[in-house]
Design a protein around this ligand. Structure first.
Ligand code: NI
Length: 169
């Protein structure tokens, strides 16, 4: 297993659109393990392959306090979103130390493949709904700061560029 390098906003590679995984094989399972280790090490509650510069539709999430409830979503598809929306304070491993409010559907249904290539569906609400939508955005090349005003986004990009140059992130 390996800890992978996480890209930081405004790295243009974060805007790459991920391709579907054609077969859930040993290579994909090894990649999922590395992504999970990278997420736990960071530490974070979710990570999309895009963030480690791998442009395939893979997401790992673990919302548990014990960090032992890994959930894997391969080729996730949004099948339903509630009309009711909710604001959450979001953060992102690609945007370290910045948090801001994003408005999203409060509940979603998502279909995906698990680590064995088997299809499943979840009905998510609360933090899980936020997290899965945030990670699915990554696979589309979208970072949560794109929901914020351009002024805020520019300020964040400027600060993170300085930090990256200084080698502190
Ligand atoms: Ni993120």
């Amino acid at each position: 297993m390996a800890v992978l390098h996480i890209l930081h906003y405004p790295d243009p590679r974060l805007h790459t659109v991920a391709k579907p995984v054609s077969e859930v094989n040993e290579k994909i399972r090894a990649l999922v393990k590395d992504m999970a280790q990278t997420m736990y090490e960071a530490p974070g509650i979710g990570l999309a392959a895009t963030q480690v510069n791998i442009h395939q539709q893979i997401i790992v999430i673990d919302l548990s306090d014990e960090r032992d409830q890994l959930q894997v979503f391969i080729n996730p598809k949004l099948v339903w979103a509630s009309e009711e929306k909710k604001v959450w304070q979001e953060g992102c491993l690609s945007v370290p130390d910045f948090y801001d409010e994003v408005l999203r559907p409060a509940e979603v249904k998502v279909q995906a493949l698990d680590i064995d290539g088997k299809e499943f569906e979840i009905h998510a609400d609360g933090l899980m709904a936020v997290c899965i939508q945030h990670e699915m955005d990554h696979l589309k090349g979208k970072v949560f700061v794109e929901y914020l005003s351009s002024l805020k986004r520019m300020r964040i990009a400027g600060k993170l560029k300085k930090k990256t140059k200084a080698g502190v992130i």
